[in-house]
Write a protein of this length. Sequence first.
Length: 677
Amino acid sequence: MITRGNNRILFGALVIAIMLGTIPIVAAESSPQTQPYAAARREIPINVKIIFIGIDQSLVDKEYMTWNNPQYKYQSYLIPGISTNVLFTMNYDYVFVNQQFETNFVSYLSSIARLEEHSNALWNLTYFGIDENLALNYTSFKITTLNTLYGADDVERWLIDHADGYGGLPSSGYALIVADLSSKVPSVTAEQYNAIMKERVVEATPHYYNKTYTDPDLGMVRNRRWMTSWGGHARLYYIDLSAGPSLVTTQLPIQLAASINNIAFNTAYGRNWFNQYVSSYVYGAVYNLFTPDFVYPINYAKEYRITIEAIDNRTQQNQPPLEKTINTTLIKSELQGLLSFSKVDVEAKFSKVTDYPELMRIIVDSAIPSTQVPSIEPTKAVDATPIYEWLNEDGKNHVRAFFNITRDIDEYDIPVFVFAFDDNYELAFTFKESIYDLSEEERTIWGVSLYDMVLIGHSTRDFNRGDVLINEPKQPGKGYGFSNTIIHEVGHMLGLNHPFIYDQTEDFVSSVMAYYPYESTFSQFDIDALQRGLADQLIIYASTTLSETASVLVNYMSVNSARNYLQAADDRYSQMDYSGSINSAYDAAMQAAQAKTLSPDFLVTSGLLIGLGAGGTIGLVVGYYLRKRKTPTSTSAQRWMQPQPSTSQYPCPFCNQTLTWTPEYQRWYCRHCKRYV
């Protein structure tokens, strides 16, 4: 590969040769190396290896299951609802582990099993059934459960360490392990279910996967014991069809689902039903984890700067110092792992709300009255919308008083506002039915990513949550800080989505972007999604630019260099080295941009070729080239960070006027309505 230094030497030799007339200028069409590179859309094959444990091979119709599984997926930016121009195509492979592997796995599970007894905690309160035309809430029955718990991380590690037993993890893809252990480990049975439905005294015996978390700031311990699947430390996800039922997803284990629906697996339809049942789980894993969409458009930068403005709105005494609720070292470490191809900087600034009298008045005026429902603890909230309007650039635009915001290829700033409120006040949005939601978890939020900024609000009760626990032992002096919420919301700002939007099963994943766990780390699926997406973005730009750029003598070196970098980017991409692919694709994009500035079309447009003969043209081009040898400026580079859509096809939904694409925020703006849509 030609280095930049050698490139300059070779180009100087070419210039001298041209001036001496010793090298003919060859027409672009005559050389195969000058043919346009690949076109804009990317079509990416993803290998999915489905590994079965405890499942009769005769039940699996590979052809029928493959037909039911997702064959392809167009990736999208869900807001504002446009394509990333990437199409994923899935290739499925099926593996059945041998009896020895299954025996060893079950034996391992037994060795780490832990038992817990619970009362009236088998199904979610909202789950009900119909029996003799009567709606019955299962949790109204006097039942006990003896739950068998397996450490989720331990199980995942065992499956990774014993990958040889199923042929190893796939190249350029993911492993999905699907197990039915209903006859191998303690599980809820059809007999137990039927007894429960008849209100008989019975002890159910479900099994789950659990993990215990500790808040990184204030030490609150959370036991997550209702999981039926797990993964994310590697490119592997494990689903136990026989686990549960879960209080989180309300999904039935396969043995109950089959029994309730009178499915006999030894019939033709029973086999079809089974394959469809498994495919529904495959769909969730593929759409949520292996090929996820982005919530917002993604942006490449050489440096990402996260600046946190922590504003203390508390008046109560004996509260933890605000500085102890934010761990910038942890936040930077987790984000650097996600953004390994760039530099990450995290800074926190601390202030009192009294330092900003106008903002303080907005907060006071935006307090939402508490609910007035007997026997329900009043929930209090601060409406986030007036605060956002006061800060937002299209509102009162006070965000600039707090942050210097730059968003280009050199630096991408993410402003984060953190509020510490008194009592149990948290932020909320007055959206329709949410106004009167009696559940605190639904009525209020800990944080929100609005793409131009993050808003986060925790309460005094959050900081001291361990003191007010009801159904479990109290944890005096323990609570929840801001760090986990900040990492989660910044993940959204970078484009990452929740991993459960297409199927609740994938809420059980080792990711800070999930809800049920309390992870502070990004999963391998998160890392792959963002880094692969940025590599796709840069590769699409570089290849499209090359296809639109004629290769002539004066830009030949840049064109050739761009092609070499593109090949390196594709090679690393195919090996799932997405971070390395980004670096090569960035170099390819810069070389392609440089080549375009030296193309005849660009020079004509710039007026450099008007009225000049061949000799004068070469002289001006050489001078222009040498003057522009540096990397394109961030302003020009920003134009290709995110390809600009055509505005002609997007009318405003409110006034029907033509929308304008705003690259800085990656959003559509209506100049007539003066609003983003």
